[in-house]
Design a protein around this ligand. Structure first.
Ligand code: ADP
Ligand code: MG
Length: 728
């Protein structure tokens, strides 16, 4: 028994859990490794501090000289915390974060040495990043990109490195990362939403989009994870028979958090506290060894950075506790996958949550305005929103009969459905004084009361209103939230801009009062957005049929879903809102197609290897044991053996059939890959991988999984589901 599996099981069984005790109150730790307001007050001149604040709050550019002072202060702060290196921390289009570490340490020509970090190093860096995906942008324009400080996300220290959040752009200004378009989208949102707010409150000067993500993940003992080539190389299991016990009993969800996991979570939370990530809740999820972590919501750009940072930190802290963290959307067949709900809302600088109903009719009209505009935006751009969350790994959830479906729809609850129905009935043109009073008293004014008992949250909806925010639930657990957030904020910003235009036209040309005009436009929006509203069971077949009738898109695979990313509608939208030009949109599309193709290609290779190098040889070994057994029976029982050895002979046959199945299917899959590789168009190639290569996965897996049940457990080399999922 010398296989990796048995060594790994042995290691896992003998683990001495790393203890990490709760240290009582943690609030004093919060942000101590962040160059936040408090640190800036201590290490920056008032002038430099003000420059950063202006940049954060009003988008004012920081000039070179001030940058010099800021860099000096930042360096002093970092050195006071024993930092030795600095890095420009950024989010290339690969879904992970990237860093290039440089030492502060410098020497001069006289042989002296000192710590150097100036404005130049802070503001601009040229990473040698020629191998980051860029969809042809850099080849077309310039050879290299550069990173530049994003002052809206504060610098932080991780380990002994000062990390400076940056954007990553080409010399011609095209975005090569996730952050740049997000910042532009948030800016567009601020402008459009502030303009609309002015109808209700002239004092509003800024609107911020807020994001609270909920990160789901699996923890697997590191030795067990490493014993599985598929987990190691693809982040998920490509085969493995489901264990007799899965999640049927719901005992994990309601159970207490295992001690070893709790220790991990405590240390993780402490790291998060130091980094200023406001983690708040932790709990078990539905599947065995599945968990969730959620912070208090934040401004979207910061929240996105914090989620990317968190995913890094989770893996690093995991290593200290001998865990591997699986962020994949579907690491195990037969148990729930993982998602990352994106809770989203809009907040004014006057402290109002624009998606929260309140006490007065006027502010509720404001709520309804933002509420209905969001629904309209999702209605008009549902395909684009679906495209923003399309990845090879998320395909395992969306449309694969697991939460949520590939169809985008909006759930708003029974009470708000009623409110919209009443608003739809308001008269065209100017409203009579009676009608207005009635609306104010009985419709708009009643919302806060009715929402209090709006507890019927629909868990099957991909985009649900949950009382004071929308929850975009279809985002994948391994995704960078920026993609979804850039799209959502852009479509809503565009919608608000159109709304403002429509209302102004009515006021100016039809001589309407402001609220008459607002009611009139909202009424039309409600009529136009009916298709997207759905309150029923999103997983049902009936909904698929109904959605098709309504003309909603239902893209079950990434290559088909991604097309919407480059539709004329999308190109126009991103251009008009100054979020991305055509080159940037098309570059992203190509990168995402390529990413998809590569993922499926790697999975295909790994599956082929495991099937041929692990499963088939093990099956043959076991078959030989059976053959020996049958030979022995024949020797003892002579011609009677056929009755006695009947079962063994059936098994020998069955094993041969599965081996044959594996060998032919793996060969066919290899041929299909070769055919796909010869294609030149990125989209056609991705489709070939999706339709011609991927279908082999299930067939090959099914043969392997049947063999797993047949073959003696003692010689099976791959760590089994029950071991991966139930080792605590
Ligand atoms: P659940 O959806 O799990 O029942 P909650 O409704 O309490 O939990 O909140 C879920 C998430 O919603 C939290 O991560 C929280 O930070 C986030 N959230 C709450 N209010 C807002 C808001 N105004 N904007 C963005 N996110 C929010
Ligand atoms: Mg939630």
């Amino acid at each position: 028994m010398s296989t990796l599996r048995f060594r790994a099981l042995n290691d896992a069984a003998n683990r001495k859990p790393v203890k990490f005790e709760e240290s009582g109150r943690k609030s004093h730790l919060f942000g101590s490794n962040v160059f936040n307001d408090q640190a800036m007050r201590q290490f920056l001149t008032p002038e430099a501090h003000q420059a950063v604040k202006d940049a954060v709050q009003n988008g004012v550019k920081i000039d070179r000289k001030i940058a010099e002072y800021i860099a000096m202060g930042m360096k002093e702060w970092a050195l006071s915390k024993n930092v030795t290196h600095y890095t420009h921390w950024f989010q290339p289009l690969t879904g992970t974060t990237a860093e290039k570490h440089d030492a502060f340490f410098e020497t001069d020509f006289e042989g002296g040495s000192f710590e150097k970090f100036g404005g130049g190093q802070l503001v601009q860096q040229e990473p040698d990043a020629s191998s980051f995906p860029n969809g042809g942008i850099r080849n077309t324009f310039e050879a290299r990109g550069y990173t530049a400080w994003d002052p809206t996300s504060p610098a932080f220290i991780f380990g002994t490195t000062l990390c400076i959040p940056t954007v990553f752009i080409s010399y011609t200004g095209e975005a090569l990362d996730y952050k740049t378009p997000l910042l532009r989208a948030l800016h567009a949102m601020d402008q459009a939403a502030t303009d609309v707010c002015k109808y209700f409150d002239k004092n509003v000067k800024k609107v911020t989009a807020t994001l609270g993500w909920e990160q789901e993940y699996f923890l697997v003992d590191i030795a067990l994870a490493n014993s599985r080539p598929d987990i190691l190389m693809t982040g998920r299991t490509l085969l493995g028979h489901t264990s007799a016990k899965g999640q049927q009993l719901d005992d994990h969800y309601f159970g207490s958090i295992p001690t070893r996991v709790l220790s991990y979570m405590r240390e993780l939370e402490e790291e998060c506290m130091l980094l200023g990530i406001p983690v708040k809740t932790r709990h078990n999820e539905v599947a065995p060894n599945q968990f969730e972590l959620a912070p208090i919501f934040e401004e979207t750009n910061l929240a996105v950075d914090h989620n990317s940072l968190l995913m890094d930190v989770m893996q690093k802290v995991g290593e200290r506790h001998d865990f591997k963290v699986l962020f994949h959307e579907k690491p195990f067949k037969g148990v729930n996958g993982s998602g990352k709900h994106n809770n989203w809302s809009l907040a004014t600088d006057t402290g109002i949550n624009l998606l929260s109903p309140s006490k007065t009719p006027m502010s509720n009209l404001q709520f309804l305005t933002f509420f209905i505009n969001t629904i309209k935006a999702v209605n008009d751009y549902e395909a684009l929103l679906r495209g923003a969350i399309a990845t090879a790994s998320n395909d395992h959830r969306l449309g694969a009969n697991e939460a949520p479906p590939a169809i985008i729809s909006v759930f708003i609850g029974a009470q708000l459905t009623k409110v919209l129905a009443e608003l739809e009935g308001v008269s065209t043109g100017k409203l009579s004084p009676e009608e207005k009073t009635d609306l104010k008293l009985n419709v708009v004014g009643k919302i806060p009361d009715v929402l209090l008992d709006n507890t019927d949250r629909n868990r099957t909806s991909p985009f649900a209103f949950t009382g004071n925010k929308f929850e975009f639930r279809a985002v994948g657990s391994s995704a960078n939230c920026a993609n979804a957030m850039t799209t959502l904020n852009t479509i809503v910003a565009k919608q608000l801009k159109d709304f403002k235009k429509a209302v102004d036209v009515l006021i100016e040309t039809k001589d309407m009062k402001k609220d008459d005009a607002i009611f009139n436009v909202l009424r039309e929006y409600i009529k136009q957005s009916k298709n997207i509203l759905f309150e029923g069971d999103g997983y049902s077949e009936a909904w698929e049929k109904e959605a098709a009738k309504r003309g909603l898109s239902n893209f079950k695979t990434t290559p088909s879903a991604l097309k919407a990313r480059v539709s004329q509608q999308a190109l126009d939208l991103f251009k008009e809102m100054n979020v991305m030009n055509h080159v940037e949109v098309e570059a992203r599309y190509e990168i995402e197609l390529e990413e998809y193709t590569k993922k499926i290609q790697i999975e295909g290779r790994v599956l082929g290897d495991i099937a041929k190098n692990h499963v088939v040889p093990t099956a043959i070994r076991y078959q030989n044991i059976l053959i020996e057994n049958v030979k022995g029976l024949k020797e003892i029982f002579g011609k009677d053996f056929e009755k006695i050895g009947k079962e063994q002979i059936v098994m020998i046959r069955e094993i041969s059939e599965h081996i044959e199945g594996i060998n032919t299917k793996v060969d066919e899959m290899t041929e299909a890959r070769k055919d796909a590789n010869s294609l030149t168009d990125a989209h056609v190639m991705a489709e070939a991988y999706c339709d011609k290569v991927k279908p082999y996965f299930d067939v090959i897996r099914s043969h392997c999984d049947k063999l797993e049940l047949l073959v003696d457990d003692e010689i099976w080399t791959l760590t089994k589901y029950r071991e991966l999922l139930f080792t605590k």
